[in-house]
Design a protein around this ligand. Structure first.
Ligand code: SF4
Length: 268
């Protein structure tokens, strides 16, 4: 791509009074959202860093560290865009690594299908909006704890560390705790003090673009990514980089986290 194929700009937002500046260079021509993912990941890193700054300002310390992968046995809800990104990432892995990773995905997906977990999770998501909020939350927590207690590691977890760290889903970037890391081996809502970020870009990313086929299963869980990408060919629309960025910020400001964003400005 030549220089004229890119647009550079700066976006400034204030999250609960904390200024965040993003210097972005994005494709000028229409592109699929996967092409924007590295840019969104960088933005997510900055948003998470701002949240950590707030936590540390309160005297708390993040206890997450390398080789502590207890949380990587959780159900990891990802965006549809990340489903295709992960499928592409795996398809580009050299052999024999690719076959090993595919086998781990296959084993994990087969296990959760055999206990009916994916179906029960989809059903829960479909009925949750009509349920009493506390009952919906409690049923959701029960389901995610059940997934965790099955003890099935993420297919990318190697030596208790993330083997795709720079490419890991945005939601994995947001998961941080301040309670002792030992507590993560047997998490309960009482034993885990998770970091409540002021804004969660993963939520906006999940709403940014949906594939109708994937959507019919509810929110995609990482262990199903390869299967879902194969079942439903990618059919995202293409938009210019500035349009994708605008959409992401509109989604962020328009959802329940929007009240934390004081102002947004875009200059190019
Ligand atoms: S992608 Fe990486 S960080 Fe996320 S659950 Fe898997 S191993 Fe853990």
């Amino acid at each position: 791509m030549s220089e004229s194929d890119w647009v550079s700009g700066n976006i400034g937002i204030r999250v609960k009074g904390i200024p965040l500046e993003f210097d972005l260079t994005v494709p000028a021509a229409p592109v699929k959202p996967q092409r924007m993912l590295p840019i969104f990941q960088q933005m997510a890193n900055s948003m998470v860093a701002a949240g950590v700054e707030v936590i540390e300002g309160e005297g708390k310390k993040i206890s997450c560290k390398a080789h502590c992968g207890a949380c990587c046995r959780q159900a990891v809800p990802i965006s549809d865009v990340e489903v295709y990104h992960i499928a592409d990432l795996v398809s580009r892995m050299p052999e024999p690594r690719q076959s090993e990773v595919r086998a781990r995905f296959d084993a994990a997906a087969r296990h959760f299908k055999s206990i009916g977990w994916y179906d029960r999770f989809s059903e829960h998501q479909a009925k949750a909006p009509d349920m009493e909020p506390d009952a919906a939350r409690s049923e959701g927590v029960k389901l995610v704890l059940e997934y965790f207690h099955e003890g099935v590691p993420c297919p990318f977890l190697e030596d208790e560390s993330c083997s795709i760290h720079p490419d890991r889903p945005v939601v994995c970037r947001e998961y941080l705790v301040t309670t002792p890391s030992e507590n993560c081996a047997n998490p309960t809502p009482e034993s885990i003090d998770g970091v409540e970020l002021l804004i969660k870009p993963s939520k906006a990313l999940k709403r940014l673009n949906r594939n109708k086929g994937i959507e019919s299963h509810g929110m995609p869980i990482l262990t199903r990514a390869l299967e879902l990408a194969e079942m439903y060919p990618e059919n995202f629309e293409s938009k210019s980089g500035p349009e994708w960025v605008k959409d992401l910020f509109s989604t962020l400001a328009g959802n329940e986290q929007g009240e934390n964003i004081d102002a947004a400005a875009s200059r190019s």
